[in-house]
Design a protein around this ligand. Structure first.
Ligand code: ATP
Ligand code: MG
Length: 351
């Protein structure tokens, strides 16, 4: 506090005035009136002189820095000239502000670099994923044009294969559109009261063919459950559950089990989808929600997976203000869980 320009000037002024008055006091001709005038005069002149010099020096430096900042159009510089002048050591404070600013900028640059790498990798992944079905379909069509058309049996087989590749391409592009919509926030969520028991049974029905091919049994627990209501976007939630249950069938074991469990809590419903399959190695668990990430690439491609399913699940659930958790044990199985809010109205009727 005592190192501000005002206090320094005051201290110097008192010192100079005291010395002047003391020395003049030894001169016999000088009377009290003259001593008083000399004291006052030396006090004020020293005070204003010091004050002006300190201010001038600090101001000049700060003004120069200000001019540079203005020239660079740096708007987020949180420096105030008034504070600087008042502060104990203005240049130190300025220095601190500048290093804060630089480290903030460095963080932003790091983030931009990370995003750039992510964008590049994503583009490479997308082109790679698109290339596979396009090349396959192209190959079949060209073989047909090159003469395979003559044999109707071969022609039909090739056309079917081309159609399958194009269907895969269609699924991939649709998934990419959904993903980009949820990510950019373009997808408007339509939150309504959703009944989960019926939704899960519908999904079981849709996946029945796939499940019976592998001998998988799908179960809803508790067995005697009647109805469970949550607030959600019905179509998106169905997409989430479909992917989780389908993953349980696809990546579970033959003749395995996929169990969906709904647990009503106070204001929430805990939803869990569990299988008794081979599980996911711990080192891959944090990565399974990344786009295009597959634990076993060949197995996943065989089953027609795009590797976008869980990335979409994560984003949809984030848009529901909830997060998805996963636990997995090798050779025991995998369990995905998340919670959703119960609607107020239903809570009032059936607390
Ligand atoms: N229940 C599970 N058990 C074992 N591995 C799983 C399970 N669920 C997901 N995975 C692994 O996580 C990867 C990512 O799953 P995700 O649903 O994102 O993609 P996908 O099923 O391959 O493709 P898509 O869902 O787009 O059809 C899968 O390829 C698989 O390796
Ligand atoms: Mg999937």
């Amino acid at each position: 506090m005592f190192l501000t320009p005002r206090w320094i000037s005051l201290f110097a002024a008192v010192l100079v005035a005291t010395i002047t008055v003391v020395f003049l006091g030894f001169v016999p001709q000088v009377d009290a009136g003259m001593l008083f005038v000399a004291g006052i005069a030396s006090f004020f002149s020293t005070f204003f002189f010091f004050y002006y010099i300190i201010d001038l020096l600090v101001f000049r430096e700060v003004n120069q820095i200000y001019a540079t900042i203005q020239k660079l159009k740096i708007n987020d510089f949180s420096i105030s000239r008034k504070n600087l002048i008042k502060s104990v050591n203005p240049l130190k404070k300025l220095n601190r502000e500048i290093s804060n600013y630089v480290s903030k900028k460095e963080e932003q640059i790091d983030e931009l670099k990370r995003m750039e790498i992510f964008r590049r990798e994503f583009l490479a992944d997308v082109s790679h994923e698109l290339k596979t079905p396009i090349f396959a379909a192209q190959g079949f069509v060209h073989t047909l044009l090159d003469g395979a058309l003559e044999d109707p049996e071969v022609a039909e087989r090739f056309l079917k294969k081309a159609a399958k590749s194009l269907d895969g391409l269609d699924v991939l592009v649709r998934d990419l559109v959904v993903l980009s919509q949820v990510e950019t926030g373009d997808m408007k969520m339509n939150f309504v009261q959703v009944e989960l028991v019926e939704m899960v049974r519908d999904i079981f029905e849709q996946l029945e063919k796939k499940a019976s091919k592998r001998g998988t049994v799908m179960l809803l627990k508790p067995r005697n459950i009647k109805s469970v209501f949550v607030l959600a976007d019905a179509q998106r939630l169905s997409q989430v559950l479909t992917n989780l249950i389908e993953n349980g069938i696809k990546y579970g074991k033959d003749a395995g089990k996929v169990v969906v469990e709904l647990t009503e809590e106070n204001k929430k419903v805990l939803i869990s989808v569990e299988d008794d399959g081979p599980g996911i190695p711990a080192e891959f668990l944090p990565r399974i929600f990344e786009r295009f990430f597959r634990v076993d690439k060949s197995r996943s491609r065989e089953t027609g997976g795009t590797g976008l399913g869980l990335a979409i699940v994560k984003h949809i659930l984030n848009a529901h203000n909830t997060t998805i958790n996963v636990t997995s044990k090798i050779d025991k199985g995998t369990r995905f869980t998340f919670t959703l809010t119960r609607p107020m109205r239903e809570l009032a009727i059936n607390p």
